[in-house]
Ligand binder design. Structure first.
Ligand code: NAI
Length: 339
């Protein structure tokens, strides 16, 4: 017979166990050996909401996993070689995909389509098989097309839930805050900018007028700032001179978005961030997907916010975004249809 205090201790222990069991979150990184994948894995290893990290790549994932696993946080880490994709996905709740080739100088994100479309399709098919209820976070470019490819692949497999597929556009949001802070001298925390549309050039639409600091930026400074937010990725591609595109800032942005999703999944209220998702906001214009502020919750997408009030300049930016974005989405859909 247990004493009353021992029984109380046991019951509190089992309560703790069941609440932590409910919070088990296994996260997979597909493309973990790459320029983004490695620092992203490092950052996710430090996230307390991640209980287990599953690292997969066609090259080098076990090595990255062994390295990252020595970091003194609670989560366990396992690396999987090329032939163990399905094993890597077992029990996974969140799959982050930075697999694929990056840009070289002179390339647009669309130039990556031919290589990355099939990589992303095959990885999505594996997720449909081995982790059909997972949330998919797509980093691989061109995001405007890879998100439709992933969605169509999941549809074909009969496991599509639009609340669980996200194009990661967080780097545009991160850049917008940083670049606006450089122009105004204000702290980046006070320069949060909602960026809507898609993730490439003219489809990236920063809504500077909706922030106190952004509203004050006018004329040539405004034009240059918008251009820098839209084409900031080119600065990195040029500076790396053939060695790839943004990896460290992208890993930071990818970890930031993953953390937002994990907080939403764990029941935190009011987690709102821009992301490229299935959206009806511009359905009339023929767009199936659009990035706007999205509230994240226990099921993924909880609520899609409208774009809100736009300045005359932003109306023009949006008008330029929509046809380009539509073409990118259609290209992804067409690829998926013939696959
Ligand atoms: P990287 O070439 O350094 O790494 C890509 C990794 O993917 C490599 O380790 C490669 O072995 C792996 N990989 C290739 N095929 C695979 C497959 N079938 N399964 C698993 N892994 C596979 O490239 P980096 O710089 O890490 O960029 C990755 C992608 O992220 C590119 O498409 C790039 O354009 C995109 N990107 C997206 C951004 C965004 O804002 N969403 C920003 C920057 C880059």
């Amino acid at each position: 017979m247990l004493s009353r205090s021992a029984a109380r201790a046991l019951s509190s222990q089992s309560r703790q166990f069941s609440s932590s069991a409910a919070r088990q979150t296994k996260v997979a990184v597909l493309g973990a050996g790459g320029g983004i994948g490695q620092p992203l894995s490092l950052l996710l290893k430090q996230n307390k909401l991640v209980t287990s990290l599953s690292l997969y790549d066609i090259r080098g994932a076990p090595g990255v996993a062994a390295d990252v696993s020595h970091i003194d946080s609670q989560s366990e880490v396992k690396g999987y070689p090329a032939d163990q994709l399905d094993q890597a996905l077992e029990g996974v709740k969140v799959v982050v995909i930075p697999a694929g080739v990056p840009r070289k100088p002179g390339m647009t994100r669309d130039d990556l389509f031919n290589t990355n479309a099939s990589i992303v399709r095959d990885l999505a098919a594996a997720v449909a098989r081995s982790a059909p209820e997972a949330h998919l976070l797509i980093i691989s470019n061109p995001v405007n097309s890879t998100v439709p490819i992933v969605s169509e692949t999941l549809k074909k497999a009969g496991v599509y839930d639009p609340r669980r597929v996200f194009g990661v556009t967080t780097l545009d949001v991160v850049r917008a805050a940083r670049f606006l802070s450089e122009v105004t001298g204000a702290h980046p925390d006070e320069c949060k900018v909602t960026v809507v549309g898609g993730h490439s050039g003219s489809t990236i639409v920063p809504l500077l007028s909706q922030t106190a600091h952004g509203k004050a930026v006018k004329g040539e400074v405004y034009d240059k700032l918008v251009h820098r937010i839209q084409f900031g990725g080119d600065e990195v591609v040029k500076a790396k001179d053939g060695a790839g595109s943004a990896t460290l800032s992208m890993a930071y942005a990818g970890a930031k978005f993953t953390d937002a999703l994990l907080r939403g999944l764990s029941g935190e209220k009011g987690v709102v961030t821009p992301t490229f998702v299935k959206s009806d906001l511009f359905a009339k214009e023929g767009l199936e997907y659009f990035s706007s502020n999205v509230e994240l919750g226990p099921n993924g997408v909880e609520k899609i916010h409208p774009v809100g009030p736009l300045s005359a300049e932003e109306e023009k930016l949006l008008a330029a975004c929509l046809p380009d974005l539509k073409k990118n989405i259609e290209k992804g859909n067409a690829f998926a249809a013939q696959s």
